[in-house]
Design a protein around this ligand. Structure first.
Ligand code: SAH
Ligand code: AVI
Length: 333
């Protein structure tokens, strides 16, 4: 079909992915306190629930970032002048359109690469972008942004983006090595635009993760359904309560699932037979909240430096434009 230049690749085979999952789930569920990697929220149901979260009145993040991006897209494209856009954790792939439109208008647009762990969302968004941007070549990579960045290959005229404050779902200790790895896929002068939810009033933060409609609770419990479907586990998701609170010392929202009663759960593929006491909790996600200073402190030694810090008028959310330094370090932009 003319104009539809897109293809999908998968970073790892099914067996390798399944073995990895077994290892990670065993490690998390046998640790004390127990925890689960948040990437396992995102089967098709989980990804749809996240999309529902983005429209909730309490969840200010998505609409604030989208509005902010609409206002700064031309500045970012003007500074970086990219021919290629790369999005990590692309999900429904909506926000990226604002940048692609600017790149097209500037006559720069050539390629787009989306990387996400959810194959269905990835193939739908890849296909939709190829349809709507006729001169664009689109590549979808089903993979893990912590393990599979090598598939991005070397940079050059590249703007990479990581929206939604998904970087906040990494432990702060994971951020510098992650950014260092990302920098290896950026050429001098290439840039990385990172969305960050900011430290703010605790009531507002906690409301965003405890919505009245219970969508976040359903998203949280979905991780147990994923374990049931993929590992043959017999979790009763309704026997776990949704818990989300702001941990001031760590500056993160922590989501947990709390056993409502004593229960036994088997996870056959991971050879686990677990006993939960009433009230016992599993940590399912952290969502770090940053300030300019706390984020900038993580950049030291990564190869990327903060070039621009864009925020909305209420200072709810930031887009940080990081740049790989050029050979000419002292040049002002
Ligand atoms: N970028 C979109 C979606 C954000 S939700 C937006 O701005 O709205 C987070 C996305 O990251 C989901 O699509 C999820 O499938 C993906 N994701 C989560 N952990 C991942 C991982 N380790 N590797 C790759 N993708 C991941
Ligand atoms: C994808 N990520 C940035 C979301 C967040 O806010 O940490 C996931 C989410 N968890 C609960 N609600 C939304």
């Amino acid at each position: 079909m003319p104009g539809a230049r897109y293809h999908i690749e998968t970073a790892r085979g099914d067996d390798e992915r399944a073995a990895r999952m077994v290892e990670e789930i065993r490690a998390g569920l046998t640790a004390r306190p127990r925890w689960l990697p948040s990437k396992y929220f995102y089967d098709d149901r989980g990804s749809r629930l996240f999309e529902d979260i983005t429209t909730l009145p309490e969840y200010y993040l998505t609409r604030t970032e989208e509005r902010l991006l609409a206002g700064i897209a031309s500045d970012v494209v003007g500074r970086v002048r990219p021919a290629e856009l790369v999005e990590l954790g692309s999900g429904a792939g909506r926000k990226v359109r604002l940048l692609l439109a600017e790149m097209a208008q500037a006559g720069l647009l050539e390629r787009c690469v989306l990387l996400d762990i959810n194959a269905r969302f990835l193939s739908e968004s890849t296909c939709a972008l190829a349809r709507d941007f006729p001169d664009l070549s689109v590549r979808g990579v089903v993979g893990d942004f912590l393990d599979d960045l090598a598939l991005l290959g070397p940079g050059g005229s590249r703007l990479a983006v990581f929206f939604a404050s998904t970087i906040g779902n990494l432990h702060p200790g994971e951020v510098p090595p992650f950014i260092t790895r990302m920098a290896q896929h950026l050429a001098p002068g290439d840039a990385f635009l990172v969305g960050l939810d900011l430290v703010k009033d605790v009531a507002r933060l906690e409301a965003a993760y405890n919505d009245c409609a219970g969508v976040t609770a359903a998203f949280n419990r979905n991780i147990l359904r994923v374990l049931n479907a993929r590992l043959g586990a017999d979790f009763d998701p309704e026997a776990f309560e949704h818990v989300a609170f702001y941990d001031r010392a760590n500056a993160w929202i922590e989501m947990r699932l709390r056993a409502a009663r004593p229960q036994r759960v088997r996870v056959p593929a991971a050879r686990l037979d677990l006993a939960f006491e009433a009230g016992e909790e599993i940590r399912t996600e952290i969502s770090c909240k940053y300030t300019r200073a706390s984020f900038e402190a993580l950049l030291s030694g990564t190869g990327l430096a903060l070039e621009r810090w864009y925020t909305d008028p209420e200072n709810l959310f930031a887009l940080a434009l990081l740049r790989r330094s050029t050979a000419d370090e002292g040049r002002s932009r």
